[in-house]
Write a new protein. Sequence first.
Length: 174
Amino acid sequence: MEQLEQLFPYFALIITALIVGAVAFLFFKKHTENEENRRRYLLHKDAQGKLLPLRLQAFERITLFLERMDLNKSVVRIKPRNSNVEVYENDLINGIEQEYEHNLTQQIYVSAEAWNIIRTAKNATIQTVRQMAMNEKNDSADKLRESLLNNAMAGVSPSQKALAFIKTEISELF
């Protein structure tokens, strides 16, 4: 019994030391987690500051692509070389495809949804050109051109819809 009474102060010291150690461990663990989160935040903030101008530049390039791809502008910009409908159809489609390929790298700066909408707009525009070229009324490149212009003026083009989405995505950046 006497030995137990002599060991009691040592047990009290050990228990106190364990409690202090546990509190210190939890404090330092929480402190290091907060520091890590702060460093991540600062890195993210720094990256955003550098990335925002690049993203805005990509949106500018995409806007230019969508404007150039719009049939109203494509038909005016790409003139028929001769009266052959197939040649003019291929010229229009090649012009759109070249613009698209020139801007492929911009997809890393926009959301996957935005890029899918841009790609869909390109494909829909090409499909419109092909459908109009298959119309028997369009037996010359000039008639195809006129039909494409009339069709483009009749409604909202796929590139205009994509441009509206892009404007929405840009507004979310700010």
